[in-house]
Ligand binder design. Structure first.
Ligand SMILES: C=C(O[C@@H]1C=C(C(=O)O)C=C[C@H]1O)C(=O)O
Length: 378
């Protein structure tokens, strides 16, 4: 008996769904006409005011908080799909996302000038050597900000900056620098980072009282360092500066956390190898240029945008990726300076600026987000 009831209800549901699909099709057909109008008049696809009116009107048609919320979600989704349909038509009419990036076969690598932060023997130096080899002329500056400035001024062709570590996470200062300067990410390189505990040639581990290193490196070695409770951990500019400090000050109770290469360079003794917690500790470095170029084979795009402090704003903007079948690798957020509780998002997606699906997604993002910037395709 029950079974029959269920079948009967399902039959009615099927009937309603059929009507809904037919109405949805009609709605989409009208949206196609809206897109034609917009293509003709140069109006943007996204009209936030109209969408808000629509949500207010449809939620007003039902009673009770549960149904109001359900109708809100349903129409938000439908309008997102409708916008994506319109972006697709715009792309087919040659109205692409605006960007000034030029495709190149290969990046210029021979005889270029490359800047990194720190001193010789720092991990950034290793990353620069990793990517550019010995063909380039490498030099260093004191801060990451200076490295970005060198590229902007044209003193360097490229800068090498750490952006993410597999155990300590994002290098947030460098995300902020991506906003401060108009340099573009043109490549990335990965460096396995193994930290050693380095002391004076005459020192033993039991002599150590103070350990110097870069804050990120100290963080990556927390398990080992915290197991020696009496050790004072002191942050300095970078790991190589820490090594230099230990040798210059000549105090047996001082140690540095840095690479073994830095140890050799400054004449320090390895008291313990691999003191990093994660033995696969890897840092991702980005290569920046002032020229907006991308290699034809590039497969990753970094972009940033800001969103208002409003329920669903991130969810809605990310739908531009979902509906275009674009895969997202990473998302990171940073506060927007001067605007409490509003965030700037940094997103890495899979793809190339020449792909139609990417152009579609970027067109949507650039209409719906604030201060949208494509940081690079590499
Ligand atoms: C269809 C339009 O384009 C977009 C989609 C909307 C919708 O699906 O109802 C509403 C506003 C626009 O953001 C329109 O402008 O009317």
């Amino acid at each position: 008996m029950k079974n029959l009831d269920l079948q009967e209800i399902r039959k009615q549901l099927d009937g309603i769904d059929q009507e809904m699909v037919a109405l949805f099709e009609k709605r989409m057909e009208l949206c196609r006409e809206v897109a034609e109008f917009k293509i003709g008049t140069g109006k943007p696809v996204y009209d936030g005011e109209r969408e808000q009116q629509k949500i207010d009107s449809v939620t007003g048609m039902v009673e009770g908080e549960f149904l109001k919320q359900a109708v809100r979600e349903l129409f938000t989704q439908m309008m997102t799909i409708s916008r994506n349909y319109q972006y697709k038509q715009m792309a087919e009419n040659g109205l692409k996302a605006n960007h000034s990036f030029q495709p190149v076969k290969n990046l210029k690598l021979n005889g270029v000038r490359v800047v990194y932060q720190g001193v010789e023997g720092a991990y950034s130096h290793g990353a620069a050597l990793n990517y550019f080899g010995n063909e380039a002329s490498l030099y260093h500056v004191t801060t990451w900000d200076d490295a970005m400035k060198e590229v902007e001024l044209g003193n360097a062709d490229y800068a090498v900056l750490p952006i993410e570590n597999s155990s300590a996470g994002a290098v947030t200062d460098n995300y902020d620098l991506l906003m401060k300067y108009e340099n573009y990410i043109v490549a990335e390189t990965f460096l396995t980072v193994n930290h050693a505990l380095l002391g004076l040639p005459g020192a033993e581990e039991k002599d150590i009282r103070t350990v110097f290193s870069h804050p990120q490196a100290l963080m990556q070695c927390q398990e080992f360092l915290n197991s020696n409770r009496s050790w004072k951990q002191i942050s300095v500019e970078n790991t190589a500066v820490a090594a230099k400090k230990v040798i210059l000050e000549g105090d047996l109770s001082q140690a540095a956390v840095a690479s073994e290469t830095a140890g050799e360079l400054y004449g320090l003794k390895v008291l313990r190898t691999q003191v990093n917690t994660n033995k696969n500790n890897t840092t991702r470095f980005i290569i920046l240029s002032r020229e907006a170029v991308y290699q034809e084979e590039a497969g990753k795009i970094s972009l940033s945008f800001e969103l208002p402090h409003k329920s669903g704003s991130l969810y809605n903007i990310l739908s531009n990726f979902i509906y275009n079948g674009v895969n997202m690798f990473m998302i990171e957020s940073r506060p927007v300076p001067g605007r409490n509780w509003e965030y700037r998002f940094f997103v890495d997606i899979e793809g190339n600026l020449s792909h139609a699906s990417i152009q579609n997604a970027l067109k949507g993002i650039s209409e719906e987000g604030r201060n949208v910037r494509i940081l690079g395709n590499y």
